[in-house]
Design a protein around this ligand. Structure first.
Ligand SMILES: [Zn+2]
Length: 266
């Protein structure tokens, strides 16, 4: 199968206009229709993420589905100079919970800063999909982040060249899952907190400015993009998410009460 995939790609290299946008390879552990379904999901995700970020990836997506893959992966392939390559574990394809939007975000908007790259991927997956997919499994991002207290100062250091939370030995750890929740929650806060712009479009533009600075390894990126140092941003974020948590805890009993008349009306 691998050999076949290489042939398909090399045959098409000279004729860019006709190249398939998405090529799926598998170790034979999934049905053809499951491979086709993943290809379709990636095409849809490509459109969703490109439209939202106003960023494009013009190359081909090369997907590899295998029992050997323990987690899905795209960003490390970008780091290795293999942008567009995506791995999905067989189990996630069969269960229908492959993190397709997350991995597509990595391909369209990779970043040298691992923390912000993961945060954006988790946030966009959460924003555009109702599915319960790794690594956060549909958990409320602010609620999840408020359950532990990793320091942003440590998390923001995670890059292509330095990693602790995203090192191989941490891969199945609770700390890694917490790091994903922190990343997703912090990016959500930057894009949704009204203090950082009048509407979502302007807040997203501001975030993209930060993201571009991060990609260049700019240490003063928060001061430049937000006019504040990271410790100040962290305080605001912590107070924002604890406020959100209190609000949702207050709303929960009200929602439960409100749900009853709905079913009574049916
Ligand atoms: Zn990721």
């Amino acid at each position: 199968m691998k050999h076949q995939l290489e042939e398909t790609i090399s045959q098409k290299e000279g004729e860019a206009a006709e190249s398939p946008r998405v090529v799926v390879n598998s170790d034979g552990s999934v049905f053809e229709r499951e491979s086709q379904d993943i290809a379709k999901q990636v095409e849809e995700a490509d459109k969703i993420v490109s439209d939202y970020l106003d960023m494009r990836f013009d190359g081909a997506y090369r997907i590899d589905i295998s029992r050997q893959h323990r987690t899905s992966m795209a960003l490390l392939h970008v780091y290795k100079g293999n942008r567009g390559r995506m791995d999905f574990p067989t189990i996630s394809v069969r269960k229908g919970n492959a993190a397709v939007i997350h991995e597509t975000t990595h391909v369209i908007a990779p970043n040298y800063n691992r923390f912000l790259a993961e945060g954006l991927a988790v946030y966009i997956q959460d924003k555009f999909s109702q599915q319960s997919v790794p690594p956060t499994f549909g958990q409320d991002l602010h609620g999840g982040a408020s359950e532990s207290e990793l320091k942003l100062e440590d998390l923001i250091k995670e890059t292509r060249d330095y990693y602790y939370y995203w090192s191989r030995r941490m891969s199945q750890s609770q700390e890694r899952r917490n790091a994903y929740l922190h990343a997703g929650s912090f990016v959500k806060f930057l894009i949704e907190n009204k203090a950082y712009g009048a509407d979502e479009k302007s807040r997203l533009e501001r975030f993209k400015k930060l993201y571009a600075l991060a990609d260049n390894g700019e240490g003063r990126m928060f001061d430049i993009a937000y006019g504040k140092p990271l410790p100040e941003m962290e305080k605001e974020w912590r107070s924002y998410i604890s406020g959100q948590k209190q609000r949702s805890e207050m709303l929960e009993p009200m929602l439960a009460i409100n749900q009853k008349p709905v079913s009574a009306r049916l």
